[in-house]
Design a protein around this ligand. Structure first.
Ligand code: AMP
Ligand code: MG
Length: 422
C-alpha cells in the first residue's frame, strides 16, 4: 500500500481555487491502487473478460510444423530456373491435416494446399496461379525465390516464449490464441468485490408507490450495469437513508466485505458535511469539487482496507464520474496492466455547444458518418445532469477541455465512444 496519506490531496487549480482538475484527481487516485491478491485457474472459455494473473507461456511452436501459405506446389527452390519456365513431376499431394508421406527429390514437386505440411526435401511453394498442370507434369513460371510461401515452425510463436502477459484482459482474440496453443486452463485474478448503495431519503425502490417528492432509485441500476460489464462481483446493498447511524453502519459493513465501496449521493456541498465527519471516523477520505460538468462533487478514500468512491447523486453524473474515474481505477485493482485510457478521437461538431471555460465538460453526443463519410457528432439535446435519457440516446461523450469556450458548428471536437467493439 502507498505510504501517502489520502488527505494530502491538493485542490489547486488554474481557474477556481477550490476545484480540482479532472487529470489531477485521476492521477491522485492512481497512487493508491494495487491489484487484488488472489488468483484462480479457470477453463479457457470462462476467462473471457477476466485478467491473466501470470504470463502464459506457449507450450508449443506456432505454427507447429512447416506449412504452406498458399495453394500450389512444393518443390526444391534450386530446381526453379531463374527467369525461365521449369517443368517438374508431381509425385503426390499434401493437404491440411493429410501430409505427403515421402521426400521431394530433384525434378519433383508435390501438390500442396494452404496449411499443408511442406514435405521433406521441399523448401519452396509456388502458388497455383503461376503454374500450369498437364497431368503429372507441372510447368512453373514467374519470378521465384527459395523459401517463398513457406511458414516455418515456431515462426509466429516459439515453444516456451510468452504468448500472453500477466495483466492482459482476455478478449475473444485471446480465447482463440489460448485455444490455438492447446491451453485448457488459465490463471486469472479473482473477481473484484464491489459493494454499492444509494443514499437519499427521497429514494424508493421499484415496486413501491412514490409519495410526494420521491423518486425511484436509478443509480443502483446503472452501477449494476457498469460494474457487471467490468466483470466485478457485485454486492448491492440497496438504499440507505440520510441518517448518520444508518450510513455509518452501511459504510462499515461494505468496507468489511468488499474490496471497493461505491456510493451515489450525499457528497455535494451541504450533504457532505455529516458524511465527511462520519467517514473521518472510519477512514481517510477526500471530498473534491472537480472542475467538470457533470459530476462536480466526488469523494475518494480508504475505509479500512477498502477503496471508496463517493459519486454524486445525479444520475448522469454517476455515469460520467464512473467512466472517467472509477472504471480505470477498478481495472488496475482487478490486475489489468497496462490500463490504457479509453481512446478519444476527433469529429466535426454539427451544432453549437454552450460551454463555459474553466472546467471539463462531458456532453452526451451521437456520433455518425455524415455526407462524404466524415465523422460528425451532435449533442443529444438537453444536457441536464439529471436527464438519464441524454446518456441513453448517446453513443459517445463530447469532451470539451478546461480552456474551451462555446463551440460553433463545424468545429472539431474530441469524442469518446461509450462502447468498445470487443
Ligand atoms: P445528492 O447528490 O444526494 O444531493 O443528489 C443529487 C440529485 O440526484 C438529487 O436530485 C437526487 O434526488 C438525485 N439522486 C440521488 N440519488 C439518486 C438515485 N439513486 N437515483 C436517482 N436519482 C438520485
Ligand atoms: Mg442526497
Amino acid at each position: 500500500m502507498s505510504t501517502l496519506t489520502i488527505t494530502e490531496a491538493s485542490c489547486a487549480d488554474d481557474y477556481d481555487p477550490n476545484s480540482m482538475p479532472v487529470d489531477k484527481a485521476r492521477a491522485f487516485i492512481h497512487q493508491f491502487l494495487q491489484p487484488v491478491r488472489g488468483t484462480l485457474r479457470v477453463p479457457v472459455r470462462d476467462s473471457l473478460g477476466r485478467i491473466l494473473a501470470e504470463d502464459v507461456l506457449s507450450p508449443v511452436n506456432v505454427p507447429s510444423h512447416r506449412n504452406s501459405a498458399m495453394d500450389g506446389w512444393a518443390m526444391r527452390g534450386a530446381d526453379l530456373a531463374a527467369g525461365a519456365e521449369t517443368t517438374l513431376t508431381e509425385i503426390g499431394a499434401s493437404f491440411a491435416g493429410k501430409p505427403f508421406d515421402g521426400r521431394v527429390g530433384a525434378g519433383q514437386c508435390v501438390r500442396i494446399m494452404t496449411g499443408g505440411v511442406v514435405p521433406e526435401g521441399a523448401d519452396t511453394v509456388v502458388m497455383q496461379e503461376r503454374a500450369k498442370a498437364n497431368g503429372k507434369s507441372v510447368t512453373f513460371g514467374g519470378v521465384n525465390r527459395t523459401g517463398q510461401n513457406v511458414r516455418e515452425a515456431g515462426e509466429d510463436l516459439e515453444a516456451g516464449s510468452v504468448a500472453l502477459r500477466r495483466g492482459r484482459i482476455v478478449r475473444p482474440a485471446e480465447l482463440g490464441l489460448l485455444a490455438s496453443l492447446g491451453v485448457g486452463e488459465v490463471p486469472v485474478y479473482r473477481p473484484l468485490r464491489v459493494a454499492f448503495f444509494s443514499t437519499g431519503d427521497e429514494l424508493r425502490s421499484i415496486g413501491s408507490t412514490l409519495g410526494e417528492g420521491e423518486i425511484y432509485d436509478s443509480n443502483r441500476y446503472t452501477l449494476h450495469g457498469m460494474l457487471t460489464r467490468l466483470g466485478c462481483e457485485l454486492l448491492d446493498m440497496g438504499v440507505v437513508r440520510d441518517d448518520p447511524a444508518a450510513l455509518e453502519r452501511a459504510f462499515s459493513e461494505a468496507a468489511d466485505v468488499a474490496d471497493v465501496v461505491v456510493t451515489s449521493g450525499g457528497v455535494s456541498v451541504g450533504e457532505a458535511d455529516f458524511v465527511k465527519s462520519m467517514l473521518g471516523n472510519l477512514g481517510e477520505v477526500v471530498f473534491w469539487k472537480i472542475a467538470m460538468k457533470p459530476g462536480r462533487p466526488l469523494a475518494y478514500g480508504k475505509i479500512r482496507g477498502a477503496h471508496f468512491f463517493g459519486l454524486p447523486g445525479n444520475p448522469v453524473s454517476v455515469m460520467v464520474t464512473f467512466y472517467q474515474f472509477v472504471r480505470d481505477a477498478l481495472l488496475v485493482l482487478m490486475g489489468a496492466d497496462p490500463v490504457l485510457p479509453v481512446p478519444t478521437f476527433t469529429a466535426t461538431c454539427t451544432e453549437r455547444l454552450k460551454k463555459a471555460p474553466g472546467r471539463t465538460e462531458f456532453q452526451r453526443g451521437v456520433l455518425a458518418r455524415g455526407a462524404g463519410g466524415r465523422l460528425e457528432v451532435r449533442p443529444t439535446g438537453e444536457q441536464g445532469s439529471g436527464i438519464l435519457k441524454s446518456m441513453s440516446d448517446a453513443n459517445c461523450f463530447i469532451i470539451l477541455g478546461d480552456s474551451t469556450g462555446n463551440v460553433e458548428p463545424g468545429a472539431i471536437v474530441e469524442v469518446q465512444l461509450l462502447e468498445g467493439i470487443v
